[in-house]
Design a protein around this ligand. Structure first.
Ligand SMILES: Nc1ncnc2c1ncn2[C@@H]1O[C@H](COP(=O)(O)OP(=O)(O)O)[C@@H](O)[C@H]1O
Ligand SMILES: [Mg+2]
Length: 226
């Protein structure tokens, strides 16, 4: 996937990505301070926002193949189960109920299968949003800060799903270097609406020559957990 001269203005904010290549089948990290433009870029890629200028070349992917997990996930006014199978329903895929029950059990949501989804805690809603996004086997998944709100076993399970997935391109948006470090192959660092560094994880996180990136890493008092 390729982004060329992408521009979007939101109020006083300007996103301007001259050139970004996102290799398919890789796990990409969007990193950078609050307000640097990560979510805006992610929404443009997901097709939720329309660019003012520029182009996104999807390399064969269609909107059907792409999904984005929003920072504040949208829960349909129905049960946990109905929320989970919704992407299958709209694509006319019959849900495999055994597989679904196992997934719910793994993520400790099985007891809440018939519960009204909007009564879940915010962490549980994030888990459900994550499962709902992966259930239809998309080809590009954009995860906006979702993992930052998960902890313990749920975070590990989600990270496992991401790491073990084949033929899926991931964009993980996070301000937390340890989540990015655990998962990502390539990192794209945002600052004031621009990508100031883009490259392999080892380079961007540990060997950057860019003063803004270096200062950010230092400020985060970065601890790698795995
Ligand atoms: N609809 C909007 N109207 C005006 N400003 C917006 C709008 N959406 C986002 N912004 C501003 O754009 C900037 C970038 O936002 P965002 O992409 O969400 O940053 P990040 O995800 O990196 O924290 C922020 O300063 C935000 O306040
Ligand atoms: Mg954001």
């Amino acid at each position: 996937m390729k982004i060329i001269n992408l521009q979007k203005r939101l109020g006083a904010f300007n996103l301007d990505i001259e050139n970004l290549e996102l290799e398919s089948g890789c796990i990409h990290g969007f990193m950078g301070d609050n307000g640097s433009g990560k979510t805006t870029a992610a929404k443009l890629i997901a097709g939720i926002l329309k660019p003012d200028k520029g182009e996104i070349q999807y390399g064969g992917l269609t909107p059907r193949d792409i999904t984005m997990i929003l920072q504040k996930p949208y829960m349909l006014h129905t049960t946990v189960y109905e929320n989970l199978i919704y992407p299958l329903k709209i694509r006319r895929i019959k849900p495999d109920d055994t597989e679904i029950d196992n997934l719910l059990k793994e993520f400790e949501l099985f007891d809440k299968k018939r519960q009204y989804a909007r009564t879940l805690s915010s962490g549980e809603q994030q888990k459900l949003a994550f499962l709902r996004a992966v259930i239809f086997k998309p080809k590009l998944v954009i995860v906006d800060e979702t993992l930052s709100n998960l902890s313990g076993k749920s975070l590990e399970l989600s990270e496992d799903i991401i790491l073990k997935s084949k033929n899926i391109t991931w964009i993980i948006v996070s301000h937390q270097p340890n989540i990015i470090s655990n998962l990502c192959d390539n990192i794209h660092f945002f600052s004031n609406g621009r990508i100031i560094e883009s490259g392999k994880k080892e380079k961007v996180l540990f060997n950057s020559d860019d003063p803004t990136v270096k200062a950010y890493m230092k400020k985060q008092a970065f601890e790698i957990t795995r």
